[in-house]
Design a protein around this ligand. Structure first.
Ligand SMILES: [Zn+2]
Length: 325
């Protein structure tokens, strides 16, 4: 009898609990030590999902590292060479704001592979989440603001090269403007970039996205959500993509050390619901990346990221309830 119960339970554990895949690898950890960027957060998000029985092992898949060919569709040859050979100069490393290491380079190639996988899986399943990525400050020829490789741009270029998509939209709700994204796709009509961020914060200058919402310091839940709703309506009026990449930064949170907005945990959850709702209404598959998050308590950053995954889940469950109802 006991054996039967155990075999049923272990069989249950192999059944996926989420309607999409979570892409994760222990190698995502950037090993930054006491840095303000809690690079262990990826592992903590995974652990929270497992411990709270929101996901089980079969919901996770490990990515392959991006191929250099994929990286070179976005990044300059000289920069990639310096990264791979450890020959960045002092100023280049200073601008990245993270210490150079072999582990860092491996984590970046893996994170980019994770966003490629998320894009592919989103096209197949309607949604996928890379529990990593969102390094939206990386430029073709340099890294900055904790971002080394622009994983989302690498994924978009790879999927376009495969013929899997023609067009994409980036929706970036990190508190910092997506300057790398804006710069990379500045003259590319196949990719629409939208960023909603705090105006009076890094980066300076802010190269224009296709659509930018520059928010004043201290913007609260209600103001934020009103502005986000209006901009999402406008973005999808202007452009209907084959695939959306959601860069879901946790740093608009009022307790964030590097952000100056005043969103609550609940407001951030409503933000996520709103983004997924717009994607669903337009029938656009979405690939999620996590981006920044520097709350005083790392547990808060982890909770905000977990909530984004739950919002993606609930949006998909609502969608399937509607289509079968
Ligand atoms: Zn940020």
């Amino acid at each position: 009898m006991g054996w039967i119960v155990i075999s049923i339970l272990s069989g249950y554990a192999r059944v996926a609990m989420l309607p999409f895949k979570l892409i994760y690898d222990d190698g995502y950890d950037l090993h930054l030590g006491a840095h303000v960027f809690p690079s262990q957060k990826y592992r903590l998000v995974r652990e929270a999902l497992l411990q709270e029985h929101l996901a089980n092992e079969s919901d996770f898949i490990a990515p392959a590292a991006a191929a250099d060919e994929d990286v070179l569709r976005v990044h300059e040859h000289d920069y990639v060479h310096k990264l791979k050979t450890g020959t960045l100069n002092y100023l280049e490393i200073l601008r990245m704001e993270v210490a150079y290491s072999k582990e860092l380079v491996n984590a970046c190639w893996l994170g980019a592979g994770g966003s490629i996988e998320a894009g592919k899986r989103a096209l197949a399943d309607g949604c996928a989440v890379n529990i990593g990525g969102g390094f939206h400050h990386a430029y073709p020829g340099h890294g900055e603001g904790f971002c080394v490789l622009h994983d989302v741009a690498i994924a978009i270029r790879r999927l376009q090269s495969d013929g899997a998509i023609k067009t994409a939209m980036t929706i970036d709700t990190d508190v910092h403007q997506g300057n790398g994204t804006a710069a990379i796709f500045a003259n590319d009509s196949s990719v629409f970039t939208f960023s909603i961020h705090q105006e009076n914060n890094y980066p300076y200058p802010k190269p224009p996205s296709n659509l930018d919402a520059n928010l004043p310091d201290g913007t609260d839940d209600e103001s934020y959500l009103t502005i986000l709703e209006a901009h999402l309506v406008r973005a999808f009026e202007m452009f209907c993509p084959d695939l959306m990449f959601y860069i879901a930064g946790a740093d608009p949170y009022r307790e964030d050390q590097l952000g100056g907005l005043a969103l609550t945990m609940e407001g951030l959850r409503r933000r996520d619901d709103m983004v997924f709702d717009h994607a669903r209404r337009h029938g656009v598959p979405n690939a999620v990346t996590l981006a920044g998050g520097y709350a005083r308590r790392v547990a808060d950053t982890v909770r905000i990221h977990v909530n984004t995954i739950l919002a993606a889940r609930d949006a998909m469950l609502q969608q399937s309830a509607r289509s079968t109802g």
